[in-house]
Ligand binder design. Structure first.
Ligand SMILES: Cc1cc2nc3c(=O)[nH]c(=O)nc-3n(C[C@H](O)[C@H](O)[C@H](O)COP(=O)(O)O)c2cc1C
Length: 437
């Protein structure tokens, strides 16, 4: 099959044009300097990705508050300087003429406990949080909500000033904006909670602040869940209703994903958007494009361009989704952690599929029988895969190639070694800062 559809440019409502339909979905890289600035490794990695041929690169999530980082090594924009580093990163990430958008996020209740003991959240409850790793959230005051919305706008303006060609608000995967949407996480009884309209207010006001900050001629995107995959939580009907609200907000791209840390649907763990019974009947078929069914439902309702992300691995499935007009851009993330140049090869029709880490880098299931149930084993395996990818992102950022000798078994220790060295550098940098004050 040729890459007929993948190679088409996409004109966005704001007037910008993506050169093709391959999008790198956001991938947190954990490569910031100890002060939370973009590092030379970010620069090298994004230059390589730019030269790799994707029409759109979305950055790893950039934090708006140092005290609420989604991972310790995030890039942060919070009165901490780093503008020259952002400029260098932005220039490298669009060296080949693609778009580079900054993803903006505040992780809220999913801020790890070693970063924040009592993270800010819509409400003080632990519904839908994994049992370990996160402190008891505390409910934000109205003033804190307004402050955060202001920060999103400020950071979006900085993204434009420093040379990014667009911005995306992260409103998926259980982080702050996503948790406001959820009736389980958000039990407020003021104007920010209760009805769906109230729960969506934080998202809508944040997008308005971002649009005001960047102006009408700059791409603004949002990544949102099709569902949280929690009983009684944010579901597909509510998600569709929010998309109808978003129709009035001049969006340039709506990216669709799903799930959160406790229900990782974004990486296929919850079976995607099709009923499990049907999947069991089709279990010989590999599940590609986890949120296609949902995208087909959304398409007639949404008036903005769409990007579906999660599970795309073959040229046939990508071209097929574009050909049937279920999406405008195909989003991929994990394959970019194992190859920098697959998009160009796909576009030239040289390959029919992309790296499938989640299917090729596997733990030995037999070794865990009797110790872990299926859910626990799958979680362990995807955590190992994540560690493997973080190590490879470091390799790519250092200008090296993928280390295929690194086994999945050894990946967590290799990643922990990297993280410990970085944490020591962060402690030292903080010490120097305090000393200087
Ligand atoms: C290493 C890694 C880091 C990620 N970081 C982010 C992030 O910062 N923001 C985000 O919205 N999603 C993030 N994701 C999720 C991806 O953007 C994507 O939704 C998910 O991996 C499914 O796409 P895939 O099947 O092509 O990997 C990350 C995924 C991986 C593997």
């Amino acid at each position: 099959m040729t890459a007929d559809f993948l190679g088409q440019p996409l004109h966005l409502p704001c007037g910008a044009t993506l050169p093709n339909r391959i999008g790198k979905s956001a991938t947190q890289e954990e490569l910031a300097t100890p002060l939370g600035h973009a590092s030379p490794l970010n620069v090298t990695l994004y230059r390589r990705w730019s030269e790799g041929g994707a029409g759109l690169l979305i950055s790893g999530d950039v934090m708006v508050d140092y005290s609420h980082r989604e991972r310790p090594g995030n890039i942060v924009i919070d009165d901490n300087g780093g503008m020259a580093e952002l400029r260098e990163w932005a220039a490298a990430g669009q060296a080949a003429g693609n778009h580079l958008w900054m993803q903006i996020n505040q992780p809220g209740r999913q801020t790890p406990i070693d970063v924040q003991e009592h993270p800010m959240a819509p409400s003080a409850n632990r519904e839908g949080l994994p049992a370990e790793g996160f402190g008891m959230p505390r409910a934000m005051t109205g003033a804190e909500i307004e402050d955060l919305i202001g920060r999103f706008g400020k950071v979006a303006a900085i993204a434009r000033e420093t040379g990014f060609t667009g911005v995306q608000l992260h409103a998926a995967h259980g982080f702050m904006a996503s948790s406001f949407l959820s009736p389980l996480c958000n039990t407020r009884d003021d104007e920010w909670g209760g009805s769906l309209e109230n729960r969506a207010r934080f998202l809508i006001e944040s997008l308005r602040a971002i649009r005001r900050a960047v102006g009408p001629d700059f791409p603004v995107s949002v990544k949102m869940n099709s569902a949280d995959f929690h009983k009684g939580g944010f579901d597909m009907d509510q998600s569709m209703a929010v998309i109808e609200m978003l129709n009035a907000e001049n969006l340039d791209l709506l990216e669709i994903s799903g799930g959160n840390y406790d229900a990782p649907a974004m990486i296929g763990a919850m079976g995607g958007d099709q009923p499990l019974a049907r999947q069991k009947a089709e279990r010989t078929l590999r599940r590609e494009a986890y949120f296609m069914e949902y995208a087909r439902r959304v398409r007639p309702v949404a008036n903005m361009p769409l990007m579906i992300t999660g599970g795309f691995r073959t040229l046939d499935a990508m071209n097929g989704a574009l050909a049937e007009n279920a999406t405008d851009v195909v989003g991929l993330a994990r394959p970019f952690c194992a190859s920098t140049d697959f998009p160009a090869k796909l576009l030239r029709g040289e390959i029919g599929e992309v790296p499938m880490i989640e299917e090729t880098m596997l733990l030995d299931r037999e070794a865990y029988i009797g110790q872990l149930d299926d859910r626990e084993f799958n979680l362990l395996e995807s955590n190992h895969q994540l560690a493997w990818m973080y190590v490879q992102l470091t390799n790519l950022g250092e200008g090296k190639e993928i280390d295929w000798e690194l086994t999945l078994e050894k990946a967590p220790q290799a990643f922990a070694d990297l993280e410990n060295a970085r944490e020591a550098a962060r402690r030292e940098a903080r010490g120097e800062l305090e000393h200087a004050q």
